[in-house]
Design a protein around this ligand. Structure first.
Ligand code: CA
Ligand code: CA
Ligand code: CA
Length: 272
């Protein structure tokens, strides 16, 4: 079951959304009065806590020298088989920090015919300082043949990225408006057709350092300056004779992917 189906998380997200426009509008000015939540008769303790935290955040945000990056959740799709917050057979997460969501994940593909693999990641940047929904995403460069991508709100409100991830149909677009910050998530995928003698490894890399070349996605927090860069590479090896893999001459559908999948934080008690 996908984590977003948990009722508690849904409630937290909805509460966040109620105050979202107000919070975003007032965060930079530090004016935390007049919340739409406060004006209702259903004000909750969580809301009060949230407002207090936002007030603190407005005070502390300018002093946050080291961005705090967390991975709320991640998902793997290999040939239509979806796994959430776990590594199925053929997926290597040994180089991935499940707490920060930074590092590299490898996915292995083999067998003659068409294949698909993708990685969905939902990071939060400085959530405890300025929320998880004051963020943006951008795509840099051009994807190579077989590569697909998506940036969007993760599906609690309006985004279709998770649906597309499950269906293997990433829409190659950024659904988070550059004029309206939100909760950001990203996904990268590959379609490749292998011959019987070929195998492939997809590399998905998440890093705080921007790749120096190639196509990549960027998820960033404009208030703290924190950023996560997501890139990917696909390497196909094998020769008809079944002998020594040709290494360099074999298809190298480029690029790196720094991925830090990570930490499935269970239910958040607060969105701050
Ligand atoms: Ca943030
Ligand atoms: Ca979308
Ligand atoms: Ca996020």
């Amino acid at each position: 079951m996908h984590s977003r189906e948990f009722l508690g998380e849904v409630i937290i997200r909805l509460v966040a959304r109620v105050i979202h426009p107000w919070a975003i509008a007032n965060f930079r000015s530090g004016d935390l009065s007049g919340s739409p939540i406060e004006s209702t008769t259903t004000t909750t303790m969580k809301t009060t806590t949230t407002l207090a935290a936002l007030a603190l955040a407005a005070t502390l945000s300018s002093t946050n020298a080291t961005p705090i990056i967390d991975l709320f959740e991640y998902g793997v799709n290999i040939d239509g088989a979806v796994s959430n917050n776990s590594a199925p057979a053929g997926v290597n997460i040994s180089g991935f920090d499940t707490g920060t969501g930074l590092g590299t994940i490898l996915m292995a593909l083999s067998g003659a015919g068409p294949h698909y693999c993708s990685l969905f990641v939902d990071h939060e940047i400085d959530e405890s300082i300025n929320t998880f929904f004051n963020e943006f995403g951008t795509a840099a460069g051009a994807p190579v043949a077989g590569q697909s991508w998506e940036i969007d709100e993760p599906g609690y409100v309006f985004g279709d990225i998770y649906t597309n991830f499950v269906a293997g149909t990433l829409d190659n677009s950024n659904g988070v408006s550059p004029n309206s910050p939100d909760d950001v998530s990203m996904a990268l995928g590959w379609n490749v057709t292998l011959a019987s003698w070929e195998s492939a490894t997809a590399y998905f890399t998440l890093s705080e350092t921007a790749p120096t070349s190639g196509f990549y996605l960027k998820h960033f927090d404009p208030d703290s300056g924190g950023a996560v860069y997501f890139s990917s590479a696909l390497n196909v090896t094998g020769s008809p004779g079944g002998g020594v893999p040709d290494g360099g001459s074999t298809l190298a559908l480029l690029l790196c992917a720094c991925g830090g999948l990570a930490g499935w934080r269970s239910l958040r008690q607060s969105f701050l």
